[in-house]
Ligand binder design. Structure first.
Ligand code: SME
Length: 160
């Protein structure tokens, strides 16, 4: 992906199928992780128009805000706290249909209704998470998890 993103497909799966190779291409052409986090956030936002798309990076014993698209967000999240900190603790993707029913959910925006958090790994350890918020309930499912995990696999593999 150079300067232009191709957004195509009727279904969510088709849109992800168009998006995934472009994200993989941008990661393959750029080694800087901040540049890649910024463009991955933009590419997902341009494709789907979610409320918030962005990264939190493991820095010491916290997650610290990285590149994102959307409204202002919380800057630091502790291990095991909120959806992001729980995904880090459990080293797995979390899909939350209704954030109000998730114990300890951190409300960065009152407009957020559902959320998916996908960890990325470096050297076998969680190095950070991709977080996506939706203003509607139950936006995310196994299709989002499958494709976003592929993107985070490619991103994690690019880290050194
Ligand atoms: N809701 C997240 C915090 C991050 S913001 O949504 C951008 C959580 O509970 O971890």
């Amino acid at each position: 992906m150079a300067e232009e993103l191709i957004v195509g497909g009727e279904s969510k799966k088709e849109r992800y199928s168009t998006l995934l190779p472009q994200v993989e291409a941008l990661i393959n052409h750029e080694s800087d992780p901040v540049a890649n986090m910024a463009n991955i956030s933009s590419a997902i936002m341009e494709t789907f128009g979610f409320l918030w798309v962005g990264f939190y990076r493991v820095v010491g014993n916290e997650l610290v805000l990285g590149p994102f698209q959307g409204p202002l967000a919380c800057t630091r999240i502790k291990y095991g706290r909120g959806v992001c900190g729980t995904a880090w603790e459990e080293s797995r993707t979390l899909v939350v249909d209704d954030v109000e029913s998730f114990p300890g959910h951190i409300a960065c925006s009152s407009a957020s209704r559902s959320e998916i958090v996908v960890p990325y790994f470096s050297g076998g350890k969680v190095a950070g998470v991709l977080d996506i918020d939706s203003s509607e309930l139950a936006t995310f499912d196994e299709v989002d998890a499958e494709y976003l995990e592929k993107m985070m696999q490619a991103f994690g593999d690019s880290l050194f």
